[in-house]
Design a protein around this ligand. Structure first.
Ligand SMILES: [Ca+2]
Ligand SMILES: [Ca+2]
Length: 454
């Protein structure tokens, strides 16, 4: 047998063992090599896969996304039993997909498809019936640029039918309309003008058809994050955070209009073709920042960033309602250092931020501006105006730093220690007490990953 074939079967056995043992998690380790023989049904599957490998094909795993295994167990028809989908690359470079159903211990092929692509980029299984039937959506890398190809296959009595083929730059598979079926939200870029738009495809019972194509704001250059959440009215909405031409980020809010049964652009209704209302230079993305079930959009909040550059981290979180935009919350947002601080009531625009970076410490000072600002002297933080200092310590001596600075610990996350020192301004109405600081501080739990949204 071909060496690669042997290796692949070993891998397949390991993968399937992992499925049997844990349901879904992938395990690797010497222990798995010594497993007793597998249930007969998997031996049959090995025979099927071996037949494909004997033609010179090799296994193919997706390079991104949640479904990366070369062999995937998925319940395609919603009957509670998993089918098997296997991905191969053939000697001529094309990709081969085969799907099997287990029947009385036998594996019967229920469909196959061939496709050209530079890389197997990502695999999705959009839900297309309330009983849990799924299609297979395969995303291909097609050139060196950030452009991808999408093929959607339906499983019919006649095999795997290609029901949609589009080029795109970013994709989200999810239920935007609220009918329990998945829509395909596909960002596309006009190659000539660079204008981005969002096409939304809905399942019609037999195929995916484009419901609508909505222009994104003129500043949108490439999508950084897509999220299905809720607008201020409670309507299901797609929040599209994009890198902007000229730097920074902007957001489009596309909401599902129940009355007309189609998505519309809430942000364009409010702001026209510009996304400047949502512009920010820091890489903060739409989220339910206050936990009320409504998604907020971050936007630069400070007028002072020309004087104090770190004021760029001051964000207002905007709620898009049907006919108005409301700032719900302000934060000092430090995504690169993994934390944010909810702005204190009453601080308003009177308090500014200044961050200083050292090799093992990042120090952010919140200080009070004087009532009479003069252009001749730019106020700097000092004992007389500092309200709060937040430290991020990293490295081996973090604990020692806490002692040296007489700081109170706030959190430990990813090898960093977060701590603070209250300001010397204690009598002012702007002063904060320890309880306020601990309540307002959040260490950001998960670092968002780009690849999931492409
Ligand atoms: Ca099934
Ligand atoms: Ca919220």
């Amino acid at each position: 047998m071909h060496d690669i074939g042997k290796k692949f079967i070993l891998l397949a056995v390991m993968l399937l063992s992992a499925f049997v043992l844990s349901g879904c998690a992938l395990l690797y380790g010497d222990g798995l090599l010594a497993l007793p023989s597998l249930p007969a049904e998997y031996v049959e599957l090995q025979d099927e896969i071996n037949a494909v490998l004997s033609t010179g094909a090799v296994s193919a795993a997706a390079e991104s996304g949640a479904n990366r295994q070369a062999i995937q167990l998925v319940d395609l028809d919603g009957d509670g039993e998993n089918e098997t989908v296997a991905f191969f690359r053939e000697p001529d470079g094309s990709f081969l997909i085969k799907a099997y159903r287990s029947e009385d211990g036998d594996y019967r092929e229920i469909g196959s498809a061939q496709a050209d692509g530079l890389t197997l980029h990502a695999i999705h299984y959009p839900v297309v019936s309330v009983t849990g039937q799924k299609c297979l959506a395969v995303c291909w890398g097609i050139d060196e640029s950030s452009s991808y190809g999408l093929d959607v296959y339906a499983f019919t009595g006649g095999g795997m039918e290609n029901i949609l083929n589009v080029q795109y730059s970013s994709i989200l598979v999810g239920d935007l309309s609220g009918n329990s079926l998945d829509e395909l939200c596909v960002a596309v870029r006009d190659q000539v003008s660079g204008q981005m738009s969002m096409r939304i495809y809905g399942y019609t019972g037999r195929t995916y058809e484009q419901d609508v194509e909505l222009l994104l704001c003129s500043e949108a250059k490439s999508v950084s994050q897509m999220l299905i959440g809720r607008s201020g009215s409670g309507a299901r909405s797609l929040f599209v955070d994009s890198a902007a031409f000229g730097g920074g980020y902007v957001t489009d809010v596309l909401t599902y209009d129940e009355a007309n049964a189609r998505p519309v652009s809430l942000s364009r209704r409010m702001d026209g073709d510009t996304g400047m209302r949502t512009w920010r230079s820091v890489d903060a993305f739409s989220a339910d920042i206050d936990g009320d079930g409504i998604t907020e959009v971050p936007a630069a909040a400070s007028m002072m960033s020309a004087i104090y550059p770190d004021e760029k981290n001051k964000l207002d979180w905007l709620e898009y309602d049907d006919d108005r935009v409301t700032a719900k919350l302000r934060t000092c947002h430090m995504p690169s250092d993994g934390w944010y601080l909810r702005w204190m009531d009453g601080w308003d625009d009177k308090v500014v931020i200044q961050t200083t970076r050292y090799s093992r410490m990042v120090k952010t000072v919140f200080f009070l501006l004087p009532d009479d600002m003069t252009v001749s002297a730019i106020p700097q933080p000092d004992d007389g105006n500092t309200l709060l200092t937040v430290y991020v310590f990293n490295g081996d001596n973090s604990q020692a730093y806490i002692s040296v600075y007489e700081a109170a610990e706030l959190a430990r996350r990813n090898g960093r220690i977060y701590a603070y020192v209250p300001g010397s301004v204690s009598s002012s109405r702007y002063a904060v007490d320890p309880q306020q600081v601990t309540e307002a501080f959040t260490a950001i739990e998960t670092v968002w990953s780009l690849e999931a949204y492409r």
